[in-house]
Design a protein around this ligand. Sequence first.
Ligand SMILES: Nc1ncnc2c1ncn2[C@@H]1O[C@H](COP(=O)(O)OP(=O)(O)OP(=O)(O)O)[C@@H](O)[C@H]1O
Length: 779
Amino acid sequence: MYSTILRERSGSIWSLILSRNMGGGPRTFPGGLNKWQWKRMHEKKAREKENKLLDQEKQLYEARIRSEIRAKMLGGNHDSNENTAKSNQSHGPLSPQEHIKSLADRFMKAGAEDLWNEDDGPVKKTNQGSRLNRVGNGGSRSNSPIDVRSLVGRRGFSSMSHRGRFKRNESSCDEGEDFDSKKFDTLSPFSPGFAGKKEKVKSVSNVMRNKGLFGRRKFRKNDSSTEEDSEEEDGKMNGWMDVRRTGSSASLGNHDFKLIKRVQRNVTDEDLYPPLDINGVRDDLSKRKSVENVMEVNGEPRDSIYSGRRFDESSVSPLTLKALSASGIVKMTRVQDATLSECFEGQDALVKAKTGTGKSMAFLLPAIETVLKAMASSNGVHRVPPILVLILCPTRELASQIAAEGKALLKYHDGIGVQTLIGGTRFKLDQQRLQSDPCQILIATPGRLLDHIENKSNITSRLMALKLFVVDEADLLLDLGFRRDVEKIIDCLPRQRQSLLFSATIPKEVRRVSQLVLKRDHSYIDTIGLGCVETHDKVKQSCLVAPHESHFHLVPHLLKEHINNTADYKIIVFCSTGMVTSLMYTLLREMKLNVREIHARKPQLHRTRVSDEFKESKRLILVTSDVSARGMNYPDVTLVIQVGIPSDREQYIHRLGRTGREGKGGKGLLLIAPWERYFLDELKDLPIEPIQVPDLDSRFKLEVDQSMGKIDTSIKEAAYHAWLGYYNSVRETGRDKTTLAELANRFCYSIGLEKPPPLFRKTAVKMGLKGISGIPIRK
Ligand SMILES: Nc1ncnc2c1ncn2[C@@H]1O[C@H](COP(=O)(O)OP(=O)(O)OP(=O)(O)O)[C@@H](O)[C@H]1O
């Protein structure tokens, strides 16, 4: 709430400045501040805002701990369900879950109830009464996804994962057309003494029978009518909070409440939650899924990325349709089908869909329609046309790629321009380009756009007429690294606009902050579905755990093996940092492999050239840092190797998503050291097969060592420093500096350095490594 107020205030300050500057006169800042003071003031405000949010989170956490302690002291060995049941019946202490929800109430905006739902999904509803859950699949409708965890009981699942975010995936794909009672019976832990089982099974089956492929949900306060009505009947709760309680207690909404009420107090935990055979559940679900996949929806197999609808059945303009069919694109992908009508109606939306399924087109098409509509209704001819659509994305290459796709779609439209504003190009050139070739659609990376906003470009006034704001890779751009920039950009945009957020991964925290951008009544379009894996079935994932020292031997070996078995190979090797990328690239080049490199330390011209080349080529290896992890559409990549742990689970999914695009197959391999195994916990719901460490013959090892020996020491030293910096920033490894120093030294020797190169004192202090044995400091 605080951030909204702040944003509104700063928004009005900005409009004041802008209104003063609309005439093109010199820009002044209120209070006689110069540009830098003004900038610093804004940065300070952003910091304060962030601190406030962090404080709230902390408060919430502390309250939860207090509540847990209190509950334990008062009730002994209570679990949360028991507590919930208990507090339903008496006026005793709140359960930790209830407490956290009631606290959440204070910080949460209306319409975001589901964000506090433990199941990490929208509020679940029964299929009675009014509902707004819809399916985008050919306009058919469905109920919200059924969470198998709610069928098998909470306890079993919560013990499997310590992070709520990953719990859901244990159930793999839990959506089905025909879920027979027998199967449900095997899943149910409630069998002994559960009187209402049959009734429950029946209603669940009904709900599931009505299910479609994926749900589309709207968050509106009055969505809750079903739950509110039934709760009021019970005379228990009323209003907004009720919805959350029903939704978060389990996906079965009211069904689950009945279950809780039936539980006798003296029933033991074992009676309630008999040991759960997770593998059995998994088998069951995967069998069901494989049957479902063969079935067809609108003429498309269920596992197809296409929805079965054609673009000419939608309200896409004829000239765009012409461009689409010129590129051979006729059918919509599921995400396009689910998104288009919503976007054409001007609704805000948060959209989640797997990698490589056409999200860019899902926002470019509405972008073009928005421009056409605005141009048709505009009465005056502008000297410089206003920017009507702003698309933000995290990397330069991605911005260029989206611009190229946009231009292809605009092939037959006259008078609509697309421009990019990305770092690595000359600022002055940008300004000239914007003047000489004005555009209505602007695709930008946050840093460079902010430079223009803060440096007297007329871009701020041109943005005042903005109609559509798109954030691609929204989870990354709303993450702390980018959020401040994005907030500043939002402050410059008109509040009357449509906003769309897209990503293949939308963790819960991002769902919460998405309201910085989206209106309260936005739609949440999730084409993956709650409980379904976020990676593609056709991409075979494996994991190789081997000592760090062997990684530089193993990578060339794995590459050679793949090259020998794949005629038209195309491989991406992800390394943790730019300098490690550079070292890996140099080694592979020394070994005469056909290889290119991209990372942030390379000049933009090089990055663009290599990126374009890799798009077109076959039989090529790209070694890269995370600059290529998101959004880049390199067709027909056959293998993705990730060396070392990625920064988080989401990054793993995005990196892997460079293969298996457009419904094709591919392979992914994660190569980690034994001490990085803990990361696999975050991926345990994904179908990753462990593989044996291959035997490397001594001749091959010698060849690698000789090639490594030819590499310049400065490249290795830079790689060592970068490696140290990366793992120091990873929470799990950065905590114990002594161990980190030991691991770094092992890495150092494995790349052929005789001793670790010294750090600058200032750097060591910053990294908390000063005085740590094994970390030499430069004199
Ligand atoms: N309806 C369609 N029919 C055929 N091809 C399509 C369709 N829509 C998109 N494509 C193609 O699919 C490829 C992948 O699309 P895109 O890059 O937009 O995926 P994405 O979902 O944004 O992936 P990521 O999550 O990695 O950003 C592109 O080559 C695009 O041209």
